[in-house]
Design a protein around this ligand. Sequence first.
Ligand code: ZN
Length: 285
Amino acid sequence: MTAASQDVVLYEVQGPLALITLHRPEYHNAQNSQMTYALDAALRRAVDDDAVKVIVLRGAGKHFSAGHDIGSPGRDVDQSFERVGLWPDHVGKPGGEFQFVREQEVYLGMCRRWREIPKPTIAMVQGACIAGGLMLAWVCDLIVASDDAFFSDPVVRMGIPGVEYFAHAHELNPRIAKEFLFLGERMSAERAWQMGMVNKVVPRDVLEDVTLDMARRIAQMPRMGLALTKQALNNAEDLMGKRATMDMVFGLHHFAHVHNELVSGDKLGGYDAKAMAGAQRKTEA
Ligand code: ZN
């Protein structure tokens, strides 16, 4: 099976639940554009199905998601896709426009769309939830993690102030967010739970049962009640500055990409997935 023909997102309905599975387990569910567009389509399908009350997002294999694809053979940053937002195609754009336009669409734009889905969403997280993986967990309303799950955003190593969907200061308190970003180290599921970033931590072997049980109980609530409650809390977060913070940091993020390009000739400061993992091992050793 080639990377292009493989189903990189799986969709399944179980009663009132839609189960959406990131499915590139051989690359720890690294997100290429093929995956983000497939995920967008799967979420739209769940929204359009009135029988679906709650959406569960999970990752196939050992890890939830190792982040954006910065090194697999299926990396597709130079390809055009049928876009879901109204930013133009990034392909062929000069200078910083290429990255800015692409990330407006596939990262910031899509993540915001997904956060605003008018149905409850639950991220079921095991193993690694790194950088772009955090974005997928954070856009969900609830996060249930297994006790072996860990969270990190190591992109400061690339000279970049956190991933594109900058919710760090709202998911964690700002001092802990600074520690999380300055060090780029793994935060355990237990610590994430203490910080209120995760709703529940359970043993790996019951992760699915506990998550689906929670989803089924939520599904007993009325659809409109759930949609309005979600909107109330999302709006409260935005009134606390979440959306404005994200817009401001998106500018800093793109200054960093362009600065990297000027200084090193590479938007990611010369790091690919392998170099990031190597550097990480050295610090954490
Ligand atoms: Zn970026």
